[in-house]
Design a protein around this ligand. Structure first.
Ligand code: F6R
Length: 291
């Protein structure tokens, strides 16, 4: 079971929680003059997170000049300037608004021809390793349990590769396109093994009622299985699950809030050893939990 599940009232509350943790890591590393490597997701869920990071940059001078990023995935077949490409998304929602250096941005290329994908993917893996891995990997969650575009059935040690998108994923993402036919059938995605082996910490974020069932299923699984790719995170030692109230609404009643702030509860599984909780203010950058 995940021992660190953070639940906030709203998606913005969840975003603020995640942004403060990212801010803390960036500031610590900036102080030491070392880069912070972030793994980034796209889609609706991280939008408020990126908005908050932009606010922290503009209003609190959060300095992105040493930040290095690797995005999880890209639709195969979309040019970088296509309005639904993840390249476009990232520039629009984050990169264009902070002082990140262009050369520090790493995105998979959706226009790579089939025969060159393997090479492209291998280079991406090498680049992640060259910078010493990912400090914080942000992960969204598909309604089918995917992380990145690792659809159900993806092996737990899968690497960056071309993947056929699940019908459920194309249905879910149809909302961004004029019709389902326009949703690409394939994507290039970091693998589950890539994520597990290279990320020092993983933040799985999910908001809204549409994620409640899969969050409940993920919680119930309690060990890795390929049917729900996000269960692979049970094999990682530093995972935080960050939810809004709606995404958390189907967690079992055995999962009780043990402490509440104005907009946050930390849920702890009944069976886990007691968590010590040190209350912090809404704007504090860290919550300490020890088991
Ligand atoms: C996208 C990605 C996907 C999404 C997931 C949820 O980069 O990695 O796993 O995070 O499909 O998408 P939203 O947030 O739109 O519900």
């Amino acid at each position: 079971m995940f021992s660190r599940i953070f639940v906030r009232e709203t998606p913005e509350g969840m975003a603020s929680r995640a942004a403060r943790a990212i801010q803390k890591k960036i500031m610590e590393n900036n102080e030491k003059k070392i880069p912070t490597v972030l793994g980034l997701a796209t889609g609706s869920t991280p939008e408020p997170l990126y908005k908050e990071l932009i606010r922290l940059h503009k209003e609190e001078n959060l300095d992105f000049s040493l930040v290095i990023t690797f995005n999880l995935d890209e639709y195969w077949g979309l040019e970088a300037n296509h309005s639904q490409s993840y390249n476009y998304y990232m520039h629009h929602h984050l990169f264009d608004h902070v002082n990140i250096k262009k050369e520090n941005i790493h995105m998979l290329d959706g226009t790579v021809p089939l025969e060159l994908i393997e090479e492209h993917a291998k280079k991406y893996e090498e680049q992640i390793k060259e910078v010493g891995g990912i400090d914080i990997q942000i992960l969204g969650l598909g309604v089918n349990g995917h992380i990145g575009f690792n659809e159900p059935g993806s092996s737990l040690d899968s690497k960056t590769r071309l993947i056929k998108l699940d019908d459920k994923t194309r249905d879910a993402n149809q909302r961004f396109f004029k019709s389902k036919d326009e949703v690409p059938t394939h994507a290039i995605t970091m693998g589950i093994g890539t994520i597990l082996q290279n990320s020092k910490a993983c933040y799985l974020i999910a908001t809204g009622p549409a994620k409640a069932d899969i969050i409940a299923a993920l919680y119930a699984a309690s060990s890795p299985n390929e049917d729900i790719p996000a269960t692979a995170l049970y094999a990682h030692k530093d995972v935080r699950i960050m939810l809004d109230k709606e995404a958390a609404s189907k967690l079992p009643s055995s999962v009780k809030p043990i402490k509440s702030l104005v907009s946050e509860s930390i849920y702890a599984p009944k069976t886990s050893v007691a968590l010590q909780f040190f209350p912090v203010s809404e704007h504090s950058s860290s919550i300490n939990l020890t088991q």
